[in-house]
Design a binder for this molecule. Structure first.
Ligand code: PEP
Ligand code: CO
Length: 468
């Protein structure tokens, strides 16, 4: 669909509709060869039921407001990009298990309730720094996620196909249905953390620490139930919320609804959409779309985010200073956070705002390495080092403490599977090991051992974070 460049300007009192973004510059959108076919698919999705409800969205917003005040802690994690092929029970249960285990460790360490948000049931679209990709002398459009085009390296695979929007909606519904059924069926019951065991518990150097935490939580639960004389109703039920980058605006638009007895519009494709760093720009179509929806929203901020841009984003996206509305997810890299984060914290303080600050220690720490030996010797491989991820997080806690602000969450790329995509961690994964089980089509994820280890290390830090 041809879009006018920078045709309009976003101001908070300008009229908004689910389609008003179309008069703004929309970056990173699929260039469909047949725009009418894309409109037909959007109309079809618009008729289908929403994936989440406005009641759930509002409950999450209240919880995020508590996290912004230091009373809860947000754990947001999952794949960089979900794939249609991995929409199966094994992948989903492994991811739920690792998120549950991490949240158990974090609750134990921080003494706070954890909000669990998956990067799932819709994380199918990827922004790309380079619109084209070259392999062995052939140049083709980049892969933009399963909801846009196909990963195979042929010119046919790389043509954006609007039917994939519908397939993505369906896969999201299947994933969410399975997650809801597992949770309702007692899979996430805190009385049975043994259900969530991954191999980790048997083989990891940290297994004994983890077992101690599980036993101690079990004892606390039994103690409270003895005191209360019944099951601790609120505590034994665990919820998951969904999130994804709201990148393909036609997809988000299709699920944007008004609901009876509530004012405003909700993006009911997910509970908690976020704007990526490449599209969180002045007068972008993404900011225009997001300013009009009632969901809690995340905005990624990075080294390129100036204080002026941040102030404009806050004024535009949260003009009414609604508690829980805005999460700022910072992602600088271990070498830049000390310089880049303090000015942004100071800007928000000067504005007198309370936002939820969350740290994404993944996206500023991506690097390309060339293993010296092994199957991938001499090849370029995208990876992240465990110690850089941890170093960024540790600095984030420290910087927030020094500035008197609260780090209320973490945003991680993790999988419950035994992949070899990030190096380091307790088992000392090396560059030579990367070829053993590298699955991600886009960014490298922490595997289950690395993820749990990260949770154990964060738990100690999160304990020191209280009310401001
Ligand atoms: C992501 O979260 O996968 C992503 C692309 O992040 P960012 O916009 O921060 O680069
Ligand atoms: Co990513």
């Amino acid at each position: 669909m041809p879009l006018p460049p920078n045709a309009a300007s976003t101001t908070p009192d300008r009229p908004w509709s689910p389609t008003s973004w179309r008069s703004f510059r929309a970056d990173q959108q699929p260039d469909y060869p047949d725009p009418a076919a894309a409109e037909a698919v959007v109309a079809a999705i618009a008729k289908l039921p929403p994936l989440v409800t406005s009641g759930e969205v509002e409950t999450l917003k209240r919880q995020l407001a508590e996290a912004a005040r230091g009373e809860r802690f947000l754990l947001q994690g999952g794949d960089c990009a979900e794939s249609f092929d991995a929409c199966d029970s094994g992948h989903t249960t492994a991811l739920l298990k690792i998120l549950l285990q991490m949240s158990l460790v974090l609750t134990h360490g921080s003494r706070k309730r954890i909000i669990r948000v998956g990067r799932f049931a819709g994380q199918y679209a990827k922004p790309r720094s380079n619109p084209m990709e070259t392999k062995d002398g052939t140049t083709l459009p980049s892969y933009r996620g399963d909801i846009v085009n196909r990963v195979g390296f042929t010119s046919v695979d790389r043509v954006p196909d609007p039917m994939l929007l519908l397939r993505g909606y369906e896969r999201s519904a299947l994933t969410l249905n399975f997650i809801r059924a597992l949770v309702d069926g007692g899979f996430a019951d805190l009385h049975h953390p043994d259900y969530w065991d991954l191999d980790f518990v048997r083989h990891s150097p940290l297994a004994a620490d983890y077992q101690r935490i599980v036993e101690s939580i079990g004892e606390s639960l039994r103690f409270m139930e003895t005191l209360a004389g019944s099951e601790v109703g609120q505590i034994n039920r665990v919820d998951f919320y969904t999130s994804h980058e709201g990148l393909v605006l036609l997809y988000e638009q299709a699920q944007t609804r008004q609901v009876p007895r509530r004012t405003g519009w909700y993006d009911l494709s997910t509970h908690f959409p976020w704007i990526g760093v490449r599209t969180a720009t002045r007068d972008s179509a993404h900011v225009e779309y997001f300013r009009g929806i009632a969901n809690p929203i995340g905005v990624k901020v990075g080294p390129e985010t100036s204080s002026e841009l941040l102030a404009w984003l806050i004024e535009t996206l949260d003009p009414h200073q609604e508690p829980g509305r805005l999460a700022l997810i910072h992602r600088f890299g271990a070498h830049k956070i000390a310089k880049c984060l303090p000015p942004l914290l100071q800007t928000v303080k000067r504005m007198g705002r309370t936002v939820l600050w969350s740290c994404d220690p993944m996206h500023g720490n991506t690097e390309t390495v060339v293993p010296a030996e092994g199957d991938w010797a001499g090849k370029q491989v995208k990876t992240r080092k465990f110690m850089h991820i941890l170093a960024e997080l540790e600095q984030a806690f420290e910087i927030h403490r020094n500035e008197g602000t609260t780090l209320g969450g973490v945003h991680l790329e993790v999988t419950g599977e035994n992949v070899t995509e990030c190096t380091g961690g307790a088992r000392g994964l090396s560059e030579v090991d990367l070829s053993k089980a590298y699955v991600s089509q886009v960014d490298p994820r922490l595997n289950y051992e690395q993820a749990l280890e990260m949770a154990m290390l964060i738990a100690r830090r999160a304990a020191g974070v209280g009310r401001r």
